[in-house]
Unconditional design. Structure first.
Length: 279
């Protein structure tokens, strides 16, 4: 789930340079959309999740068109855009609190899960399904980047935006696609996180809980590199889950944040990132 949501965050950073602190709220909005479709309209959870992904795509596109594209046209600095993203994140978080609920709300057709024990590891059917969906989606994203024309354009823009534009690539079209893709992946990650980690529930601040773990993952893998985000987020996710074997489960997210600190000190460019000279 961290990897699914984190890849979108990394692609947005790679193509625009924006560190989007509001990405966690895209995760929450996707989960809330699935809950509304499931509970209010009586749609079963699987089709509700698919519809929520389309809602996430729409939210991502609207984010770009309404906020970030005008800021890019005005050549607003990245620091100013970072501050805007923080303000947007806080605003969205408390709007969700006002209009949704301050309690964890369950999906209608989510059933209590029976844990299967493999030695010290306990896992439920919902966890297995979430892992399977995550693997399929991540492989799909990797193939998209490697095999398709838009994927190659995304990598070109991420490597050198000006050179990509001079070679005939429509940079704004690529950025628009990345925002849509990032919003859809965030929505799917939010639903899977609610199913596998929150017992089939949705919380108003669930995206904020994932945000720093996403940053830890993409920093570990290498900022702006999609494959690095895949690798880093998978590693962070595994370490977070395996840490429950030795520490209190309520403290499991601490390990991911410690990884973020260590990587920034020891290897700031991440596993697959490269050193860049500034100035």
């Amino acid at each position: 789930m961290i990897a699914i949501a984190g890849v979108g965050l990394s692609l947005i950073y790679g193509t625009t340079g924006l560190t989007n602190f509001a990405h966690g709220e895209l995760v929450t909005l996707g989960a809330v959309a699935a809950w509304v479709i499931n509970v209010t309209f009586g749609v079963q959870l699987i089709p509700a999740t698919i519809l929520a992904v389309f809602v996430g795509i729409l939210i991502g596109l609207l984010n770009n068109a309404g906020i970030w594209k005008p800021l890019r046209r005005r050549k607003t600095g990245l620091i100013a855009q970072l501050v805007v993203s923080i303000g947007l994140a806080i605003s969205l978080r408390y709007l969700i609190l006002i209009f949704f609920s301050d309690r964890a709300e369950p999906f209608v057709d989510y059933q209590a899960q029976v844990e299967r024990h493999w030695g010290p590891i306990a896992i439920t059917d919902a966890n297995l399904v979430s892992i399977g969906i995550s693997l399929v989606v991540l492989v799909g994203v990797a193939l998209l980047l490697q095999k398709t024309r838009i994927g190659k354009a995304m990598r070109a823009v991420s490597d050198n935006r000006d050179l990509a534009a001079s070679s005939g690539i429509d940079v704004e079209r690529v950025i628009r696609f990345v925002w849509g893709l990032g919003g859809g992946l965030a929505a799917l990650g939010g639903v899977l996180f609610g199913i596998s980690e929150l017992g089939g529930r949705v919380q108003w601040e669930m995206g904020f809980k994932l945000l720093l773990l996403m940053f830890a993952g993409i920093t570990l893998g290498g900022l702006g590199t999609a494959y690095g985000a895949l690798l880093g987020c998978v590693i962070v996710g595994l370490l977070v889950q395996l840490s429950t074997l030795v520490i209190n489960p309520d403290l499991k997210y601490i390990g991911g944040l410690l990884i973020l600190i260590v990587i920034l000190v020891v290897r700031p460019q991440g596993i697959l990132g490269s050193r860049q000279r500034i100035g």
